[in-house]
Design a protein around this ligand. Structure first.
Ligand SMILES: Nc1ncnc2c1ncn2[C@@H]1O[C@H](COP(=O)(O)OP(=O)(O)OP(=O)(O)O)[C@@H](O)[C@H]1O
Length: 974
């Protein structure tokens, strides 16, 4: 069997043992090196010698099984193995039966073996991101080339994968930035996959807007095309006359991509009028009117509540400071020159960048060209000389049929408009073994009906249309919730894709694209470099959106592409060599389970596709309202007057309030109950609270000496405290019981009936309760069903806060499973705003841990239902000792030992303090006195970059916390 080894595999200390093992594997001998499966993980291990092991995995490629050597495990230290992080294995048991023949299994029949899309014929090195990758020669060459680097690659050529692997090699503060927040988020997930830990670097993953926010958070909302379109409506007829029919899309492109795109500044009227013919969408005669409109646009913008990210880049240039040691700009074709200039200005050392993109995928209005990108750093001659442009031509995503069609479209584009530039003048090479299919269907009522029936229930089929405004019509006949415009579909991939009237819906524009092109022009397997003949021809810029949109749309299909067109004889479809099929060639009706739909909704939500996720919930996951009361804030506010009404006959509302108080650990409600009524259970608890605080008078008995009296006082306090804990625990146990149990069928049944994130009695979701119980199996089952770990209760707490709060408050809770839950539930980043800037805290930073502990602990901050030492300390702010409680119990994978030391924690507390001079200045908390901190009063948080900022007071529901702890918020005048 062939042995491939991980790029980071370090066999230095076991050289000879490894060489011996290699020989054994080569002769398919798995027995003598004692191969053993580490169920339930997909990994296996070989014995290298008495105390060292090799962690491996098996994979299939074509008809071959290959062995992937991932990591050497020294001295049986499985618990700290990168690939096993978070696995629930009995570490000390793994090697116990080493000498017995044991359960060895057959690697050739390994069910967990993954399938590789490509394996280099000779090179045995592999890279592990989210998947195992074997680089082809071009990828390897790029991997070995130092920065600066410009990487051009077609859709699915592995640009993102390769740039992330390169990013891992860099040192210091490193940035991955791209236009789309989703892409940045998924790049982060790929980067940190399989427990990867960055050594010697601080990586940040930001969308372009988030990057701008790190310089300064702009006021208002980002202008999108629909807001621009609404503004344009006012001038539609004037614009039409003056510009010869330019539509809103083209005008947006002219504003952004021409008038305001340059790094040197927004064009003046004179310089705009003086542009050459191929530098603008408009003929010189029409430009004066467009510039008038641009000025109107700018003055409208000032008072509109919107900001234009591109115009803002000019204003933010002076704010940019040398910050990053290395930077990757992905999908660079979506950025204008000034945006790119702003990014590059934040490099600490010029030239430490990797830019990558594909100009065939431009579907956002701009005038991108690789030449313009180059001129940004061409100004520096030495840099210019060292500049290389690398091209990736292989496609690792699409089946052969789709790649063939995509290439045919590129040939048409080339024949019609000439080469865009030298860099993008190539066809794509398919690496996929699968052939895949492409079908053209006439758009008939019966076809749509059949197609709809067969695909509407499946998560594997997506319907794509050209523009947002086309979605409504398509939804009339296609009931799948997976309907996307091309803009939305960018970056997605589906096994099967249906394009509806993509070409016929824009008959005229696509006829222009096909104009003058003959089938004979499309022969050959290469593109020769040629410029358009007519230098005044701006048609590429005008029709670029259509042809690129079609290219993006069809390359979303991994396997099967279906084009439904009313004009099947359209010249472009003819040129694409598509012949109409008589009947739909699709096997039986495809359906996905509720679970698959729930998971798809979650996936889309993560990608910012809220609309489609919501549509899935409404159409596919119809759920009922739970039959029990849910004590959220609204219900509590309704309950309070009833429970605290002095003459209230029923004890029911009082009991409900008492339970609420015990569950949330808020003593104020208990005192309120005691003050309002004679409700015995509340009185007992109130009494115990005072007794536990030593606030009840306990007169000295006649026979008692002072020491005896003190001892009795102490014993009484302890008894009172035990009583409180018992009461609270009894209630909590009842609530948690179904979520703590291994048999959780009933919980899953309720999820089917009420939705996976339904609210339980105290307004927690099942995921929150499973996390609180450390029930990993249930957490995993809920996540598989699409449970959202970011859902908050009415104190701003998420599932991770539930797990952490229990860990911190209940040292008896040994099965907390924090190490397994951490990667599953804790938010990958925390977005915080201080001093007008976005501070993004990444999970591995010390600040992330401390701020999370503060946010998690705040609900019980002033509660007397906690040991009194804690209360006394906290009243002045979060005490450093309190923040460090149980540090010795925190698992290494959550916080490495070096980050758990008192010195380190104190240094983090000091550096992120409001008045610290440390750079980057994070200003997360304020020191109130020596060793005491409060959250920076001006700090704001947001759940996601699409969500609004809220102050931390609102996030944690401070008024309710204070009310529940018997405190009242001080009026500013107090
Ligand atoms: N050498 C390789 N072998 C196998 N699969 C690969 C290889 N390189 C990349 N891939 C896979 O191909 C797919 C496409 O890669 P990636 O998303 O990085 O491409 P891209 O060029 O960024 O695509 P797009 O521009 O369409 O977003 C991914 O699933 C990736 O894991």
């Amino acid at each position: 069997m062939r042995l491939l080894h991980h790029h980071h595999l370090d066999t230095q200390r076991v050289k000879s043992q490894f060489a011996k093992l290699e020989k054994a594997i080569a002769r398919d001998d798995f027995k003598s090196p004692n191969l053993k499966k580490l169920s339930p993980t997909p990994y296996w291990r070989f014995k290298l010698d008495q105390s060292n092991r090799l962690l491996v995995q098996f994979a299939r490629y074509n008809n071959e099984t290959v062995c992937l050597a991932l990591e050497v495990i020294h001295q049986h230290d499985y618990a700290n193995a990168r690939f096993l992080r978070g696995a629930s294995l009995q570490w000390d048991q793994i090697d116990v039966d080493d000498d017995a023949s044991g359960e060895q299994g057959d690697p050739g029949r390994d069910d967990g073996a993954q399938t590789l899309r490509y394996v280099h014929p000779v090179c045995s090195e592999i890279h592990v991101l989210d998947k195992v990758l074997s680089f082809d020669d071009t990828q390897q060459a790029v991997f070995d080339t130092p920065a600066p680097l410009v990487l051009v690659g077609s859709a699915g050529s592995g640009k993102t994968a390769l740039t992330l692997e390169k990013l891992r090699q860099a040192h210091g503060r490193v940035l991955y930035v791209t236009q789309s927040a989703f892409l940045a988020q998924s790049a982060r997930a790929i980067y940190f996959a399989h427990g990867f830990e960055a050594q010697g670097q601080e990586p940040e993953f930001l969308s372009y807007r988030e990057f701008m926010e790190t310089l300064h958070v702009p006021a208002g909302r980002e202008l999108d095309f629909s807001a621009f379109g609404a503004w344009f409506e006012r001038y539609r007829s004037a614009a039409k006359q003056a510009t010869g029919g330019l539509d809103a899309h083209a005008l947006f492109e002219e504003f952004r991509g021409v008038i305001s795109s340059r790094a040197e500044g927004v064009l003046s009227r004179e310089s705009y009028l003086a542009l050459g013919v191929r530098q603008s969408l408009l003929a010189p005669a029409q430009r004066a009117a467009v510039f008038d409109l641009f000025e109107k646009y700018r003055s409208w913008l000032a008072g509109s509540g919107f900001f234009d990210l591109n115009l803002l880049a000019h204003d933010w240039l002076p704010k940019a400071q040398p910050t990053y040691d290395f930077m990757v700009v992905d999908e660079v074709q979506d950025l204008t020159s000034v945006q790119l200039a702003l990014l590059l200005k934040t490099l600490a050392k010029p030239g430490q960048f990797l830019l990558c993109g594909d100009s065939n995928q431009i579907v956002h209005p701009n005038f991108f060209s690789w030449a313009a990108v180059k001129t940004l750093f061409w100004q520096d001659e030495s840099l210019a000389r060292s500049q290389t442009i690398s091209v990736l031509k292989a496609n690792f995503r699409n089946g052969q049929a789709v790649t063939h069609l995509a290439n045919r479209l590129l040939k048409i584009k080339h024949a019609r408009f000439g080469s865009i530039d030298r860099e993008t003048n190539f066809l794509v090479q398919a690496t996929a073994q699968a052939s895949g299919t492409v079908q053209l269907l006439a758009d008939k009522e019966a076809t749509r009906r059949e197609l709809n029936l067969k695909t509407r229930g499946s998560t594997q089929f997506a319907v794509l249309v050209l523009r947002d405004e086309d979605k409504a019509a398509v939804r009339q006949q296609f009931q799948t919730p997976l309907v996307f415009s091309v803009h939305e579909a960018k970056g997605l991939e589906y096994t099967n894709v249906i394009l509806v009237d993509m070409v016929s819906g824009q008959r005229q524009a696509f006829a222009e694209v096909a104009q003058g092109v003959q089938a004979s022009d499309l022969a050959g397997d290469t593109l020769d470099y040629s410029r358009a003949r007519d230098k005044t021809d701006r048609s590429l810029e005008l029709f670029k959106f259509y042809v690129n949109a079609l290219y993006v749309a069809l390359t979303r299909a991994v396997d099967q592409l279906l084009l439904v067109e009313s004009d099947t004889a359209h010249p472009l479809l003819q040129l694409l060599d598509l012949r109409t099929q008589d009947a739909l060639n699709l096997a039986s009706t495809q359906t996905s389970s509720q679970q698959e739909w729930a998971a798809e909704a979650r996936r889309l939500e993560l990608q910012g596709k809220q609309e489609q996720a919501e549509a899935i919930r409404q159409t596919m996951l119809k759920t009922q309202k739970p039959s029990w009361p849910i004590w959220d804030e609204a219900a509590l506010q309704e309950l309070l007057p009833k429970a605290l009404l002095p003459g209230q006959i029923s004890n029911k509302p009082r009991q409900a309030l008492l339970d609420y108080a015990l569950w949330h650990g808020q003593s104020g409600w208990v005192h309120d109950l005691v003050g309002a009524s004679n409700f015995e259970p509340a009185k007992q608890i109130g009494h115990a609270i005072w007794a536990s605080q030593g606030k009840l008078p306990v007169p000295r008995a006649r026979h008692e000496g002072p020491a005896q009296h003190l001892a009795r006082l102490e014993a009484d306090r302890r008894d009172a405290w035990r009583f409180l804990v018992k009461k609270a625990e009894a209630l909590a146990e009842r609530q948690r019981q179904p979520y703590a149990s291994r048999g959780f069928k009933e919980v899953l049944r309720q999820c089917d009936q009420f939705g996976v994130d339904h609210r339980t009695y105290f307004n927690a979701t099942p995921l929150m309760l499973a996390a609180e119980c450390g029930n990993v199996a249930l957490v995993q089952a809920l996540l598989e069903r699409g449970a959202d770990p970011m859902t908050q209760d009415h104190y701003g707490h998420r599932a991770w806060d539930y797990a952490l709060a229990r860990f911190l408050d209940d040292p008896e809770h040994k099965a907390h499973q924090l190490d397994v839950l951490y990667p599953l539930l804790s938010p990958a980043v925390m977005d915080v705003q201080t001093d007008g800037k976005l501070v993004r805290l990444e999970r591995h930073q010390g600040e992330y841990w401390l701020l999370t502990v503060m946010l998690t602990s705040y609900k019980k901050f002033f509660s007397q239902l906690l040991p009194d030492a804690q209360v006394e300390r906290n009243i002045k702010g979060f005490c450093a000792d309190h923040l460090m409680r149980h540090m010795d119990r925190v698992p290494d994978s959550v916080l490495p030992p070096r980050r758990r030391t008192r010195t380190y924690i104190n240094s983090v507390l000091a550096r992120a303090e409001v008045n610290s001079n440390y750079q980057p200045s994070r200003q997360l908390w304020l020191r109130t006195r020596n060793g005491y901190y409060v959250i920076n009063p001006a700090l704001q948080l947001r759940a996601h970059s699409t969500k609004a900022w809220v102050s931390w007071h609102e996030w944690l529901n401070q008024p309710l916390v204070l009310a529940g702890c018997g405190m009242r918020l001080k009026a500013p005048a107090d």
